[in-house]
Design a protein around this ligand. Sequence first.
Ligand code: NAG
Ligand code: NAG
Length: 308
Amino acid sequence: MNRLCSTILEILLDVISTVNGFPPSDRAALLAFKAALHEPHLGIFDSWTGTDCCHNWYGIRCDAESHKVADINLRGESQDPIFERAHRTGYMTGFISPDICKLTRLSSITIADWKGITGEIPKCITTLSFLRILDLIGNKILGETPADIGKLQRLTKKKISGLIPRKFGRLRMLSRAFEQFIGGDSSFSRENAVLSTLNLDCNNISGTIPTTLLTSSIGSLNLSRNALEGKISEDFGRRSYFTAIDLAYNKLSGSIPGTLVVAYYIGHLDLSYNHICGLIPAGEPFDHLEASSFTHNDCLSGKPHRAC
Ligand SMILES: *[C@@H]1O[C@H](CO)[C@@H](O)[C@H](O)[C@H]1NC(C)=O
Ligand SMILES: *[C@@H]1O[C@H](CO)[C@@H](O)[C@H](O)[C@H]1NC(C)=O
């Protein structure tokens, strides 16, 4: 009887949510996510009340079509009046609950500059196949970066133009996705998609850098100011395209991967403040990088040949 009741309740909730356009399961996931966090000074979670998490919940934006949560945008430093009123920046403790992975339509997660958030990145984050931006900078996130993050990929119609700068075009890499897209297949397979930005700087992430992060479609990677160690993978190739790779202030060793020279494009690279040794390779991208990208290493020689 109880089970029947709860089934009826679920159906009712579904009907209500279809009519009203809010997602009860997303609301429950958000509340469970919030329960693992403690934000004592600003009251940013005070607005997380009521049944419709898509309206007026601080930092939450829903997708207009699916009515599912698409963005979580919580920054501890912001221009928002809530910070001005409190005369302070944010501070939050707790951890990122795996309940976040129940928000299956998430395309961006920004939980940045809260200083006190610790724990590991939930491994299940790799199941969020719509995720494009993961920005957890300025916390105390621990542990290793899940290697599977690099496999997270998403590509949608809107993003195609934004993703390929006309000048460079990563066409080979995307051609399959294009074919499928142009073929009118709207059931995007995991392989097509693109996680484009991964910012985990200023945390306490250890271990080596998973090769998959460097061979994925991530185009902007900031892992600076962590506790990463070991060699940087040599697995760069003609498809590698990064607007930025920032690995400064870690404990990386070994030499600079010579394969970076064959990369399609590396806009910015920062390897300073590590324990890297050997010769700085010649050729792009080293021709346009500043010496500051290489300072404070153990025994790097040669220098970037920046054209005047
Ligand atoms: C980083 O994590 C280690 C344990 O894994 C801990 O001993 C250390 O104090 C942490 N550092 C910071 C700056 O939180
Ligand atoms: C990476 O993060 C650090 C620290 O937050 C910041 O200073 C740096 O500018 C970032 N790098 C890039 C390329 O944005």
